[in-house]
Design a binder for this molecule. Sequence first.
Ligand code: FEH
Ligand code: ZN
Length: 356
Amino acid sequence: MKMRAARMYGYKQPLRLEEVDVPSPGPEEVLVRVGGAGMCRTDFQLIDGYFDNGLSMDFPITPGHEVAGWVDGVGSAVPKSAGLAEGDQVVVFGSWGDGACRQCHEGNEQLCAHGVWAGFGRHGGYQEYLPVNYRYLIKIPGGGELSPDNLAPLTDAGLTPYRGLKKLRNAGHLGPGRTVAVSGIGGLGSYATQYAKLLGGGAEVVAFARSDEKLKIAKDNGADHVVNVRDKDTEDVRAELESATGRTELDAVIECAGSEDSIRLAFSLLAAEGAVASVGLIGNRVDIPLFPLVAREYTFYGSFWGNYNDLTEVLALARTGQLKHSVTRVRFDDVNETLEAIARGDVLGRAVIVYD
Ligand code: FEH
Ligand code: ZN
C-alpha cells in the first residue's frame, strides 16, 4: 500500500512530495493513520539548517512533530495494558528519550541528551502513516469530539507554552495584582494567552504582537489588553502598558517568539523580582543588560517543549472544552508554500496538514 510523504533530502531545499510504501509497525510499535500534522516554525528552521550542527540527519527524512490520528495497526509486542486498539483516536508525544538518564527517569524525556524527536531524524507527521512506539501514544477517550486538526497542535504549540506558564506559576510570579505578558501571538502564543488566564490565578494578561490580526486572536483567547509593538521602542510600549494596566512594569513574561527584540523588550519592562520564560526559537542569541538582571533579581527560564504528563494536562483542558484552537488547515500539496508563509510570519494560529 502507498502513502503520501513530504520528505527532506537536504538542507535549504523544498520537500519532495512523494508516494512511498506504508511502513509496517515494529513489535512494540503502533501504526498511526495521521489525521492532522501541525506545521511548526521549527520545521522551517530544520529545513533551513538551524539545527544542522546539533542533529545528525540520515536523509531522506519526513518532518512533523505535532501528530494526531487513529490507530491503524498494533505491533505484536504491544501490551494489552497499553489499551490501544484499531480505530482509537491518539496523539503522539514527540520526544523519545533513551530511558537511561536522570531526565528520562524524572519524566522529562524532552531534555534527554540522547533522545530523538519525531520529525527530526525519525520520520514525522508529514506522511500519512507513522509507526510510533506505544509508550508515546496518548489515547483520546470519547467519540472524537476533538478533531485531529485541533488535537495535533496541542502536542507542541499547546504543550510548549503550558510548561513555560507552569514554571512561572510554580515559582510564584503569577496571581492577583500581578501583570503577565504574552509576547508573540503565533501558534504558541495563541495558547499561551489562554494559559496565562487559566494558570494566572487572577493575574492581568497583556498580549504583545506585531499585527492587529494576531492581537485579535489574543483578545478572543482572553487577553485583558493588547499592544501592537511593531516599530515601537520600549518607552512607547511602556506608555501603552501604563494606560492599559495602570502599571509601567510586568511581573512575568511568557516569551513565545524567541527574537532578540522580543526578549529585550520583555526584560526592559520587567518589575523587580520579575521572570521571563522563553519558549520561542526564532533567534540565536540573547542580549540583555547584566546589572538590572542582578540588581533587580530577575529570573530567566528556558523552557523546552513539555513532558508526557504536561501533555496529558493540556489534553484534559482541551477535552473539557477549556481551550480555543486557531488552526489553518493545509492541503498536503501546499506544504512547501505553507512553510514559506510560516517563515514570513504570515500564518494565523497553527497550520495543520490534513490528508483529505
Ligand atoms: C520541537 C522539537 C525540536 C526542536 C524544537 C521544538 C519546538 O517546537 C518546541 O516548542
Ligand atoms: Zn534520556
